[in-house]
Design a binder for this molecule. Sequence first.
Ligand SMILES: [Mg+2]
Length: 189
Amino acid sequence: MKFIFDFDDVLFYNTKQLKEHMYICLEKVGVSRNIVEPYYTEARKKEFSLKNLISSLVARENIKQINIKDICEEIMNECKNFVNKELLEVIKKIGKENCFLISYGQEKFQQEKIKRTSVASLFSKIIIVQESKKEAVEKICARYKDEEVIFIDDKAHHFKDLDFKKYPNLKTILYDEQGLKKLFSILPQ
Ligand SMILES: [Mg+2]
């Protein structure tokens, strides 16, 4: 059995913890959440990176008290504490040879988060995509056609274009509040 994990909001608490920590850090230097929020929403529409978000915020709001490099470091420095530790333990047990990571987003920013969380050594392969995950997922299904491939993601839209007819070995788990429970239920005993 092979497992493909998503990073943001599956293995890494991006929305619940990193984003909240970012708001707190900015509030501490006098930039309130309601100023940052529209910039965040806008930045999310494109390939998101923290540096781009802070840079446009500082430039357009004419903020003088922020050093972009320093605040980015302060925010990113906490990444190591935002890992889904329960899931991490499961991944360790499943074993590197059976685990793949496919993450969506800006290459450099995703790489930085992955590096800071020190999870890279737990995966056979790490793939970062800027568009659909389809190609990367199906390639793994084709390579391991005699095994079940379980693709775990918190966003159902990543499942939409997958070819389940061509790859009958592919199964998906929507990683919601019940995500870990769902994963446990299909793990070989
Ligand atoms: Mg995700």
